[in-house]
Design a protein around this ligand. Structure first.
Ligand SMILES: [Zn+2]
Length: 80
């Protein structure tokens, strides 16, 4: 099983890969509507939004937490 290079989510079957394509290394949540991978800034924003919604962090703390998560993911190597 692969994990998404951009958010770390395990992808259990093809439907969780971008464009339902098991050859893609990133998941449906990290893909834009056209199937390309989101940029660093787009992913940082959407991850921070998710943390605010699910964990009730304020936005600044959520952005820091999102950065910490993204630092561990191969897609963003060299972005920090
Ligand atoms: Zn992902």
């Amino acid at each position: 099983m692969k994990t998404c290079i951009a958010c770390g989510m395990p992808m259990k079957d093809a439907s969780e890969h971008a464009m339902n394509d098991p050859k893609k290394d990133y998941c449906i949540y990290c893909a834009r509507p056209d199937g390309s991978m989101q940029s660093f800034d787009e992913k940082l924003e959407s991850m921070a939004d998710f943390i605010v919604r699910t964990q009730g962090f304020d936005r600044k703390a959520a952005l820091r937490a999102a950065e910490d998560m993204m630092k561990k993911l191969p897609a963003w190597e060299g972005c920090f």
